[in-house]
Design a protein around this ligand. Structure first.
Ligand code: 5GP
Length: 192
């Protein structure tokens, strides 16, 4: 069993039938062993894809994305949920993303300067639920004319429709661990 799965079983907190809290090792405090394992799994799966950029959305995706980008020696780009004054005079790609956990829709942006038609982008995020974050990021890459080579997810909740939506968008999804159910306060993984 992967260390991430062990940590989920030992330290993950089931908030309700659809939300898992992983603040002690991934979302707030970060366990470096979990992070290194995540990075290695993504690299193994996507290494042949000639990736030019790793992309995520702030904030929880940044830690795993930066480690993968560092190993690949390519830049990591994160979409921003607010517009800093430094970006106000720059051309931007923008899309709306509804946050599953916060239940708000944010306009997320990246500067046009950092996405181009030559890019082959690996998208990384911590969780996959309804696929809003991943689909928004795919939209931003495609606005720039680039190619999304895949979506790498740390924790997929397979009882929600995100995976299918990404596949329907024509993009490969690789998830390090897949949760079949959070019912009865218990984490059940998809059988492999
Ligand atoms: P989606 O965009 O796929 O609907 O939801 C994914 C985003 O929502 C992730 O970026 C993650 O931050 C957050 N998220 C969704 N479900 C969970 C969950 O069960 N636990 C935590 N900690 N975050 C979640």
């Amino acid at each position: 069993m992967s260390y991430l799965k062990e940590k989920i079983l030992k330290d993950g907190v089931v908030i309700n039938d659809s939300v898992l809290k992983v603040d002690s090792f991934l979302n707030h405090q970060i366990d470096p062993i979990v992070l290194r394992e995540i990075s290695n799994e993504f690299l193994n799966y996507f290494k042949e894809k000639e990736i030019t950029k790793v992309m995520t959305i702030e904030a929880s995706g940044i830690a795993p994305a930066i480690l993968v980008a560092s190993e690949l020696n390519v830049p990591m780009l994160f979409a921003k949920k607010t517009e800093p004054s430094t970006l106000q005079n720059e051309k931007q790609f923008a899309t709306d993303i509804h946050s599953y956990t916060k239940n708000i829709t944010s306009r997320v942006i990246v500067s046009e300067e950092y996405l181009s038609a030559d890019d082959k982008v690996l998208i990384i995020d911590d969780f996959l639920a309804n696929g809003e974050a991943a689909l928004g990021l795919i939209d931003l890459v495609r606005q720039g004319g680039g190619e999304v080579v895949g979506v790498g997810i740390c924790v997929e909740k397979s009882f929600q429709p995100g995976r299918q939506k990404i596949i329907d968008a024509g993009v490969d999804v690789f998830s390090i661990c897949r949760i079949a159910s959070l019912e009865n306060n218990t984490v059940h993984f998809v059988e492999e």
